[in-house]
Design a protein. Structure first.
Length: 237
């Protein structure tokens, strides 16, 4: 079986299945220089779009395809859906649940990063940007001060006033509180990726508005589950 990975859920699933004696190949996109590697066989790099992925599924006789990529890895997920449809290989999408607005939150949901950039000047001027390094360019023309956090350094275009923190989560609530206070953050921009929500709790405590980018839809033909245990039961009942 093939897991399109790069997330903690993908690593946990690979470990669980490998312990059960199932041969697992995990595919990583190769966008970080020091990825956390899962158990089992690992390949790094793209397939050449949906046709390349379909050819790989057939050549390696893959019997199950699991899309356990980041909820915003839309291109990879679209390719997985197309390749599964062409080859007839069952597709399971493993997606952690998104975040839900809580009492005290001040959220503004948007469909894409460009919409977030357009809304931003009306909400604040000291921005905590946690949308990943590849989306930073969308905010290059926004007149604000930015603190961006990512695993790898971003590349141009970038905002004129930008401070970058290179770090990998999970992050603690106390750490997020200190960060918001130290940098006088007055607005948070993030994607609805789910998982640990310390930054959202810290923003809620300080009544900081949050621009939340909605996640893209999954392939309609896929079986979607929200936990590693559910995915493992489907693969190895």
């Amino acid at each position: 079986m093939l897991i399109l990975g790069g997330t903690s859920e993908a690593r946990a699933l690979a470990g669980s299945l490998s312990q059960s004696g199932i041969a697992v190949i995990s595919s990583l996109a190769g966008r970080t220089s020091t990825p956390l590697l899962p158990a089992g066989e690992v390949r790094i790099g793209g397939f050449g779009g949906a046709p390349g992925l379909a050819a790989y599924l057939e050549a390696e006789r893959i019997d199950v395809l699991v899309d356990a990529t980041h909820p915003f890895a839309a291109v990879i997920s679209d390719n997985a859906g197309a390749a599964a449809a062409v080859t007839g290989v069952p597709l399971i999408v493993l997606r952690r649940p998104g975040w839900s607005e809580q009492a005290g939150d001040v959220w503004h949901r948007v469909r894409e990063l460009g919409e977030a950039a357009a809304l931003l000047p009306r909400l604040g001027h000291r921005v905590f940007l946690t949308t990943g390094r590849q989306g930073i360019g969308e905010f290059a023309s926004v007149d604000a001060w930015f603190l961006a956090r990512s695993v790898e350094p971003p590349e141009p275009p970038m905002p004129a006033r930008l401070e970058v923190v290179l770090d990998r989560g999970p992050f603690t609530l106390e750490g997020e509180r200190r960060l918001l206070t130290r940098h006088r953050i007055d607005v948070l921009v993030t994607k609805d990726s789910g998982g640990p929500d310390a930054k959202l709790i810290a923003a809620r405590e300080r009544h900081i508005p949050v621009i939340m980018v909605n996640r893209p839809a999954t392939a309609p033909s896929a079986r979607t589950v929200s936990t590693v245990a559910e995915a493992a039961r489907l693969i190895a009942p």
